[in-house]
Design a protein around this ligand. Structure first.
Ligand code: NAD
Length: 478
């Protein structure tokens, strides 16, 4: 089996590959991928540092052409890459292909951004002088990503980093090196000069930590757990380094008495259980007012009974396995804890056997939960949701906001008054009305507040905030 190696300064390096296991069928080895060392990470940073002066001064058309080619190559291979992604992560094939298409769209968007540099030229307050305000790349950026969106999250960090003239050292999650490797290979084929993008696969404790400890990184863009995010912050402070953190969520989905029931049920089931609940924007707290509560719960249970859970590559599958044994164990422990805390397990929550050995879990729904329960306060990151019954809208929004997280929030209502109030007052970076809490556009900002996010927003034109620094230049005509 081919060993997929790390990329340092345009050279593929490393020899021994670690098996990448398919969570739908643990007998299936997706491929062998090298685990780099801390020393590899340091060499990658050094190579990126050498490449930076030239790349940061490269002409706009060069960057545009490379990103455009990458977008085309990704799109042309969407079926193959979608299959690879679903095989290594476990999301259904249609979602895997959709995520690959999303990566192509992101590269297309940022190819366009290469040709739309901003800036201001304005008169000075002093006679005879003028002022220019421009943006410059920040330098070498460390990109550290989680396993749940193996190509989209790397794309939405790497594309703007390169578009604005930065060099990158990319450290993907251990569980999903395949999509990361393919993306880097495509960028190399697209004509990216040596050293501009380096890939070091491997363990967070080795490769990730070496990036955190590097004085030569001008910025780190991190998506992952709140625990590791805190380490990124602490490690960056002594270097006065820029960092951006996208972390956990405990997202609420509010259902009001006046909601259109099928719309509410579809959005809630999608938010809570699709992608096996392994989305940072998944809703795990379904906050439902008295008048619709029983009808809503019955309809959600009906819908859940019809969900097809199985191998990610089977056409009929709607929900694949969870990502690995450790995640499955964590999900099941929370299901047990919810029962101990006094919530009623109304549906699912047990391991499922399928024809192939994998990490299959029947999505779980709790009712009679209270917001103070651990299952309503801690991120589970699996297909587990709890229904919290509330009196009215006021109690619903107070409950929605009673969390340390603030990534995404949703509401199902036909009332303009409540929808408007919710959009204005819910403490979240993204708000959805009559839509699932997960599922976002690529041309607008993505991110949250409170313990969910730190730093400037990702995606769309807001990405420039992180990947550039502003320069103010004064000129006197002399
Ligand atoms: P994780 O924090 O365990 O790992 C994320 C990345 O950090 C991985 O590449 C890992 O190898 C690396 N890492 C681990 N230890 C490190 C260290 N000491 N130094 C540097 N890097 C280190 O998260 P995960 O399990 O891969 O992903 C799940 C988490 O990601 C969930 O909490 C989820 O909410 C979050 N997530 C957030 C968003 C968002 O945009 N807010 C999106 C997707 C996932």
């Amino acid at each position: 089996m081919t060993v997929h190696r790390n990329l340092i300064d345009g050279e593929w390096v490393g020899s021994e590959g670690v098996p990448n296991i398919n969570p739908s069928d643990t007998r299936d080895v997706v491929g062998l991928y090298v685990h780099g060392s801390a020393e590899d990470a340091r060499q990658a940073v050094a190579a990126a540092k050498v490449a930076f002066p030239k790349w940061s001064q490269s002409v706009l058309m060069e960057r545009h052409a490379i990103l455009r080619r990458a977008s085309d190559l990704i799109a042309a291979r969407k079926e193959e890459l979608g299959r690879l992604l679903s095989r290594e992560e476990g999301k259904p094939l249609a979602e895997g292909v959709g995520e690959v298409v999303r990566a192509a769209q992101i590269f297309d968007f940022f190819a366009g951004e290469c040709l739309r540099p901003g800036g201001e030229c304005l008169p000075s307050v002093r006679p005879g002088a003028s002022v220019e305000v421009t943006r410059e790349p920040i330098g070498v950026v460390g990109v550290i990503t989680p396993w749940n969106f193996p190509i989209a999250i790397p794309a939405w960090k790497i594309a703007p980093a390169l578009a604005y003239g930065n060099c990158v050292v990319f450290k993907p999650a251990e569980l999903v090196p395949g999509s990361a490797w393919a993306l880097v290979d495509i960028l190399r084929q697209s004509g990216l000069p040596d050293g501009v993008l380096n890939l070091i696969m491997g363990r967070g404790a080795d490769v990730g930590q070496a990036l955190l400890d590097s004085p030569d990184l001008a910025g780190i863009s991190f998506t992952g757990s709140t625990r590791v995010g805190a380490r990124v912050a602490a490690a960056s402070a002594p270097f006065q380094r820029k960092y951006q953190l996208e972390m956990g969520g405990k997202n609420p989905f509010v259902v009001l008495d006046d909601a259109d029931l099928p719309v509410a049920v579809e959005a809630a089931v999608n938010s809570a259980f699709f992608s096996a609940g392994q989305r940072c924007t998944a809703a795990s707290r379904l906050i439902v007012t008295d008048g619709i509560h029983d009808r809503f719960v019955a309809a959600v249970q009906d819908r859940m009974a019809g969900l097809a859970i199985g191998h990610a590559l089977e056409d009929s599958t709607q929900i694949g396995p969870v990502v690995d044994e450790a995640q499955l164990g964590q999900d099941i422990r929370y299901v047990e804890l919810g029962q101990q805390e006094g919530a009623r397990l109304a549906h699912g929550g047990h391991r499922l056997d399928r024809e192939t050995p994998g990490f299959y879990l029947q999505p779980a729904l709790f009712t009679e939960a209270t917001n103070a329960m651990t299952i309503c306060q801690e991120e589970i990151f699996g297909p587990v949701a709890a229904v919290i019954r509330v009196r009215d809208y006021d109690e619903a929004i107070a409950t929605a906001n009673d969390t340390r997280f603030g990534l995404s929030a949703g509401i199902a209502t036909t009332s303009l008054k409540y929808a408007s109030h919710f959009k204005r007052n819910v403490q979240a970076g993204m708000v959805m009305v009559n839509l699932p809490t997960a599922g976002v556009d690529f041309h607008v900002p993505f991110g949250g507040r409170k313990s969910s996010s730190y730093g400037s927003r990702e995606q769309g034109r807001y990405a420039a905030e992180f990947y550039t620094t502003v320069k103010t230049a004064y000129t006197h005509a002399g």
